[in-house]
Design a protein around this ligand. Sequence first.
Ligand SMILES: *Cc1c(COP(=O)(O)O)cnc(C)c1O
Length: 232
Amino acid sequence: MAPDTDIRDNLEKVKARIAAAAAEAGRSAAAVTLVAVAKSHPAAVIRPALQAGHRVFGENRVQEAEAKWPALKADHPDLRLHLVGGLQRNKVKRAVALFDAIETIDNPRLARAVADEMARSGRRPQCFVQVNTGDEPQKGGVAPADADAFIAACRDDFGLAIAGLMCVPPLEDEPSPHFALLREIAKRNGVDGLSMGMSGDFETAIRLGATHVRVGTAIFGERPAVKQETEA
Ligand SMILES: *Cc1c(COP(=O)(O)O)cnc(C)c1O
């Protein structure tokens, strides 16, 4: 089978699994946005997904996204790009210019820089707060204990509308408690969006209320192992 066909097939299968998980949970499949995470894959691998009509994609590094997406956006102006990797303040201007959603807001200085750049540029990417549900020292995200205060500061101090919360559970943990915690934090803060669930656990996330699932490997296949994946 040609790789293009593989990707179209994979996309269809993932969409069918999303629809089934949503139905099982009594939710509408339309309430779950599939963010196809294309990090470390070249444009040639992404194009078949665009040709199949898919329009929402994720990347984890600003620089890599800048190399791939302007040309794809020119051909498909309606596509939406989510930043799912950590964002450094010195790349905020570029991130706000390119991305339609930034899922990794996790500290006040970053929130302020994003808010300032949005005001300056007039661009309005959706903002998600990343929560480090496993309290892992090496991982991005605000600590669960600090989430309420941080969300309030984003809104009240920086004028940032929070579209959702995002989490990446610890690899070794059962993900359900992390998804449930994220949902609880969102609920008590009146936040609608829940970006949770990846290739290995998106059905579980949908059962627990995910509005966005971020799926890479199940669509595009294994990533080349060479690239560093954690930092934007
Ligand atoms: C890579 C990545 C994904 C996709 O992971 P897969 O297991 O390949 O589906 C989702 N979210 C984030 C933050 C990622 O970095």
